[in-house]
Design a protein around this ligand. Structure first.
Ligand code: SF4
Length: 332
C-alpha cells in the first residue's frame, strides 16, 4: 500500500462521519441510501432514508409497493425516476435473484437506475469488491493531486482515473473505507472552492497544493459553442449631422433602448461602406455586426415610428453594442 493510501485510510478512520447507512448490515439499505444520495446532500437524505426503510423494510416490500406510497415516501426528494427505478430493480431482484443484491459491480450495473458510481459504491461497501468510485468529487481530488487535465464529465477520463485507482484500492485491504474516504474527502476537504489543504491527508503528495494550482484543476469545462448571429449596423447621419437611431425591437430586457438601425429595417435607400466589425458574446448567442457608414440617397427621408434623428445620441439610453460602436466609430 502506498503511503498516501495509508494516510487516507487513517484520516477516514479518525473522523468517520456517522451516517445511518454507514455500517448498516443490510445491502438493501446501503443501495437505497446510495440512490438517494445521487444529486442530493447527506443532510437532506437522512430523514428520507429512515422513512423509506420504515415504509419498505425489505426488497420484497419495495417490489410490491404501490405508486402512491412509493412516491409519498420520496416526496420532496426530487428526481422521481429514482424511486420508480428502485422499485423496478427490486422486482428484478425478487424475480431473478431471490430478493438478494448481486455481489459485484458488474451484476449491480445490470439493474435499473444503477450506474458505475452506485454499482462501485454498493459492491465495495457491502461486499468488499475493490472497485473505485469515480464521480465529480473524486475526479477533482485526483485532478489536483496528480495534476490531471481532461474533462471529467466525459467517460474516457473517468475510466482512466478508475484504472489508475484500481490497483490502489485492491492493495489497501479495505475497499469500503477507501471509497467512503474518497467520498468524504471530495465533499468536505478538497472542495471546488477553497480546498482545505491544511487538513488534507493527501497534502504531502499533492502537486497542485505544492505549486498553488488548486484553482486551475480540474480544468474548467470548455466554453459552450454558442449559436452565431450576424447582422449589419448603420452609422447614418442626415445633412444636419444628426444620427439615425431605431428603438430596439425586443420587448424584454432591451425594451426602450435605442440602437443603430439595420438596413433591412429602413424604409428608404442608402449608400453605405463598411468601416469595421463589432463582436459581442451574450449568454445565449454570439453576435457579429458589420459596421457601415451610410448616407441616405434622398435628402430628407421621412421616418416611420420607432426611428428618430438624434442630435445628442449620448443623452439617450443606448444598447451596449451601439454605445461601443459609436465610441469606436464616431459619426462623421
Ligand atoms: S492538498 Fe488540497 S488540493 Fe490537494 S487533494 Fe488535498 S485538499 Fe485537494
Amino acid at each position: 500500500m502506498e503511503p498516501w493510501v495509508a494516510d487516507l485510510l487513517a484520516w477516514y478512520r479518525s473522523r468517520e462521519r456517522p451516517m445511518p447507512w454507514r455500517g448498516h448490515p443490510d445491502p438493501y439499505a446501503v443501495w437505497v441510501s446510495e440512490i438517494m444520495l445521487q444529486q442530493t446532500q447527506v443532510e437532506t437524505v437522512r430523514p428520507y432514508f429512515a422513512r423509506f426503510l420504515a415504509a419498505f423494510p425489505t426488497v420484497a416490500d419495495l417490489a410490491t409497493a404501490d405508486d402512491e406510497p412509493l412516491l409519498k415516501a420520496w416526496e420532496g426528494l426530487g428526481y422521481y425516476t429514482r424511486a420508480r427505478n428502485l422499485r423496478k430493480a427490486a422486482q428484478r431482484l425478487v424475480a431473478e435473484h431471490g430478493g438478494a443484491l448481486p455481489r459485484t459491480a458488474e451484476g449491480l450495473r445490470a439493474l435499473p437506475g444503477i450506474g458505475d458510481y452506485t454499482a462501485a459504491a454498493v459492491a465495495s461497501i457491502c461486499f468488499g469488491e475493490p472497485v473505485p468510485v469515480v464521480d465529480g468529487n473524486v475526479a477533482r481530488v485526483f485532478a489536483r493531486r496528480n495534476l490531471l487535465g481532461g474533462d471529467f464529465r466525459k467517460p474516457a477520463p473517468r475510466r482512466a482515473l478508475a484504472d489508475w485507482l484500481s490497483p490502489h484500492i485492491a492493495a489497501c485491504g479495505d475497499p469500503a473505507a477507501f471509497n467512503q474516504a474518497m467520498m468524504d474527502l471530495g465533499a468536505q476537504v478538497c472542495t471546488p472552492r477553497g480546498p482545505r489543504c491544511g487538513v488534507c491527508p493527501l497534502r504531502p503528495g499533492c502537486r497542485a497544493a505544492a505549486r498553488g494550482l488548486q484553482a486551475d484543476f480540474p480544468a474548467p469545462p470548455p466554453a459552450k459553442a454558442l449559436p452565431e448571429r450576424t447582422g449589419t449596423a448603420l452609422i447614418l447621419c442626415d445633412a444636419q449631422g444628426r444620427l439615425l437611431l431605431a428603438k430596439h425591437p425586443g420587448e424584454r430586457l432591451l425594451a426602450g433602448f435605442w440602437e443603430l438601425p439595420a438596413p433591412e429595417r429602413l424604409p428608404f435607400r442608402v449608400r453605405a461602406r463598411r468601416v469595421g466589425t463589432y463582436r459581442q458574446t451574450f449568454t445565449h448567442f454570439r453576435l457579429t455586426l458589420d459596421i457601415r457608414a451610410a448616407k441616405p440617397l434622398a435628402d430628407s427621408p421621412t421616418l416611420p415610428e420607432g426611428f428618430r434623428w438624434a442630435d445628442d445620441p449620448a443623452a439617450l439610453p443606448l444598447t451596449t453594442a451601439t454605445r461601443k460602436i459609436l465610441a469606436a466609430h464616431p459619426p462623421a
